[in-house]
Write a protein that binds this ligand. Sequence first.
Ligand code: ISE
Length: 326
Amino acid sequence: MSLRIGLIGAGGMGSFHARTLAELPGVAITVVADAVPAAAARLAGELGAEASTDSAAVAGSSQLDGVVVASPDDTHAALALTALKTGTPVLCEKPLATSVADGRRVVEHEVGAGRRLLQLGFMREYDFAHMQLLEQVGELGPIHHVRCVHLNANGFERSTELLVGQSVVHDLHTIRFLTGLEITAVAASATRRSSGAIRHLLVVVWLDDHAHATIEFDDAGYAYEVHVEVVAEHGSAVTGGPVGPEVRRAGMIRRPVGTDWFGRFAGAYRTQDTAWIRSIRTGAATGPTAWDGLVALIAVEAIVKSLATGGPVSVPVPKRPALYDS
Ligand code: ISE
């Protein structure tokens, strides 16, 4: 029998997950929930699923083998918790929550239950360029510096909390998964548009083991690009360039960089979603954890604080619960 998957959130990200999952053998999206009835009906109709406007009921349904939470960020923690309490595996889009307190509740639940059931959508872990970089990094000796470059093409302005919580949160996780080191402190500086919204953000990230990292985030609006470079004791490595072909024509070299993360990370999302389905079948959760989501949120809050105070802010990461050790 096919795995029955409930999809919560029929926007861009939810639709992308739904179509990706629906293509996998032995997977059926049986219900699509969205607060907007027309959005739920449209995606459900396309997939032959039931439509619902009751996201909490879908999260808590005992008729599902897995739930994808891709609704607005401030609903993630509560819906994920509902699914976890029902004992249903969850693929939860990032961020885990919009506050450290809410993120902590999800981790505390999993720790109390003694079982990991949540995979967090930090999909860069499944991106080929990042996986290749990770392989190389292992050969280069102790890490000194990680440089993350992230150009976004949202085309709309966001509050500082949203920009850091939705975008920079990825770079924070990249630094952690590439180095295996923990974040200890951050300091941030931003340039702003005339409206006051951040345009360009620089973050210095201090790591344990005397390493450090920088995040250069640009809410550019004209291109989407993500690069990472690691400088280590015996060499350095950088992710490959944009995905498009290099075209020589009329005396020019042109290379498309793309305008959104769906294009750049399409393969990563597919690999991530396939890994999640496999984990439901094997009964062993894999990939980025609720703990990773919580630590990233603690660093997000510290960056926001640093922007307000203008100085370095420590990142008080608690002791990692044994559940998340491997
Ligand atoms: C967006 O929400 C994402 O998750 C993308 O991966 C990220 O690159 C972008 O900056 C975010 O706005």
